[in-house]
Design a protein. Structure first.
Length: 64
């Protein structure tokens, strides 16, 4: 998995609360999120990846 394959369009539909966050910031968090789980094959991977990114963005937002 590479950051360039992050499903940004799906992420924005599923997590509209992050529509104000820029694409670059989401891709940086998406890259970091890859460190927290082993890549598997199938749809579950993208769902898990998006969930981890949303969680990390929420944590980042709450720290401010």
């Amino acid at each position: 998995m590479e950051t360039s394959t992050f499903p940004l369009t799906s992420f924005r539909v599923l997590y509209p609360q992050f529509n104000g966050v820029g694409d670059d910031e989401i891709f940086i968090i998406a890259q970091s999120a890859l460190n927290y789980f082993s890549a598997c094959k199938g749809v579950c991977t993208n769902e898990l990846w998006m969930l981890v990114v949303a969680h990390m963005l929420t944590l980042q937002k709450n720290d401010c």
